[in-house]
Design a binder for this molecule. Structure first.
Ligand code: BGC
Length: 256
């Protein structure tokens, strides 16, 4: 018999791999998170080793409870199908089997923005929202989560819509602002084009904007002209960890 503890969420990003046990009732980290630099190159085995270190660090609190892990990629039934901002060797990896081999624990792997969307839905800016919620994360790329009446439609990848002949995230992710040295005015124009395109295609009831730049939401969100309300994410850099743990527990309950 395993020992039930607090579920563990782990968020794999380009610069750091962060994890913490999660208090799902309160929607917050049950303990200070541990962050370890993402290995370079960030191959599947190297990342899985870091995940194992995080699992070990919290072994006492988490017991045998499920582990949720995010990746910045399309993930279907544990298998990675894309690698826009991660090492290409992830494509076709069965990430759940790999991490299970390294950690000896049951693992659920999901897209990073999907995890953030679930966290915001249950504990953040989209709490209690009905209809269609689109969460976007503005960072190195643009991640998206599509949630209708509380049900996630996974792997939406709306950062890769074509915008003015480009992959949208190349134009409108916050990395584009930094890379091209865009003023807020110029960046707001890019975001307006992007969110207008999203709105024309999906008619969402609510748009939530996450990613590091959402700290400065006051500087750009009020300037966007859209039909749907557009609001900053609330859980900031904890959303991935919280959403990953949420998903892992949800699936463990569903499969009995
Ligand atoms: C990837 C998505 C990911 C997003 C944010 C995009 O480039 O295709 O899977 O969610 O970046 O990390």
């Amino acid at each position: 018999m395993g020992r039930q503890g607090t579920p563990l969420g782990i968020d794999v990003g380009g610069s750091g791999i962060k994890g913490a046990p999660v208090d799902l009732e309160q929607g917050r980290l049950a303990q200070k998170r541990l962050k370890i630099a993402t290995p370079r190159p960030a191959t599947p085995d190297a990342v899985a080793e870091v995940i194992d270190q995080i699992v070990d660090a919290f072994a006492e609190q988490t017991g045998d409870s499920p582990i949720g892990v995010t990746l910045p990629a399309v993930v279907i039934r544990g298998r990675v199908l894309s690698a826009a901002n991660i090492d290409p060797s992830w494509v076709d990896t069965d990430a759940e089997a790999l991490i299970k081999r390294h950690t000896g624990r049951a693992v659920t792997v999901l897209n990073d923005a999907d995890a953030a969307g679930l966290a915001e839905l249950h504990h953040g800016a989209a709490q209690g929202a009905h209809g269609l919620v689109i969460l976007t994360t503005l960072g190195t790329g643009i991640g998206s989560a599509l949630i209708h009446d509380g049900v996630l439609v996974p792997n939406s990848e709306l950062g890769h819509l074509e915008l003015d002949g480009y992959d949208a995230e190349k134009r409108a992710a916050s990395s584009a602002k930094d890379r091209e040295g865009l003023s807020w005015d110029a960046y707001v124009d890019r975001l307006q084009r992007y969110y207008s395109a999203l709105e024309a295609l999906f008619s969402p009831d609510l748009i939530v904007v996450g990613g590091g730049i959402s700290r400065d939401a006051d500087l750009f969100l009020p300037r966007l002209r859209l039909r749907a309300p557009i609001v900053p994410a609330r859980l900031r850099n904890q959303a991935g960890i919280i959403g990953a743990a949420w998903r892992a527990v949800d699936l463990a309950v569903a499969s009995g």
